[in-house]
Design a binder for this molecule. Structure first.
Ligand code: SF4
Ligand code: SF4
Length: 153
């Protein structure tokens, strides 16, 4: 007799649990979606300015950057992500000057710590929020920040 009673108690609990689960499913079925509808909403998508997507040199209106190839950002990078390639040029007054030849940045190994940006004494670097950086080949993630994108391919 006791076992029959236990059977019906267990059956009732199981049925109740099933109904509670179905109620949650039913409610969620009619609840409006709250997830972002990317990429359909790409045109109106707002990425926070502080989001660190990729490193970039700052350029003025004439297209000049402020990097003097001192190498401090490279020394402070914990991941070996930056390689500064300097070159020497002779100025009009005959002096030799060190300038930036190539600023190599490997986005694939960057940990977005921003140490490079904060340690740059010339405020030459910034992180942009251009988040669409997915590629098929890792080598494409190696960027030359002082060159136009089409010349890096
Ligand atoms: S970005 Fe700044 S820290 Fe890095 S090499 Fe240029 S001037 Fe120096
Ligand atoms: S954010 Fe950090 S890991 Fe990335 S390049 Fe700068 S210093 Fe290196």
């Amino acid at each position: 007799m006791e076992s029959i009673k236990n059977y019906f108690v267990s059956f009732g609990k199981g049925l109740w649990s099933l109904l509670v689960g179905m109620k949650i499913t039913f409610v969620e079925f009619f609840t409006p979606k709250i997830t972002e509808k990317y990429p359909e909403n790409r045109a109106t998508l707002e990425i926070p300015e502080r989001f660190r997507a990729t490193l970039s040199l700052k350029y003025d209106a004439e297209g000049n950057h402020k990097c003097i190839a001192c190498g401090i950002c490279q020394m402070n990078c914990p991941n070996g992500t930056i390689t500064i390639v300097p070159k020497k040029v002779t100025t009009e007054d005959g002096k030799t000057k060190r300038v930036l030849d190539d600023y190599i940045y490997d986005l694939g190994s960057c940990v977005f710590c921003q140490l490079c940006v904060t340690s740059c004494p010339h405020d030459a670097l910034e992180f942009t929020n251009e988040f669409e950086q997915a590629v098929f080949t890792r080598s494409v993630l190696v960027k030359h920040l002082n060159r136009k994108p089409e010349s890096t391919k």
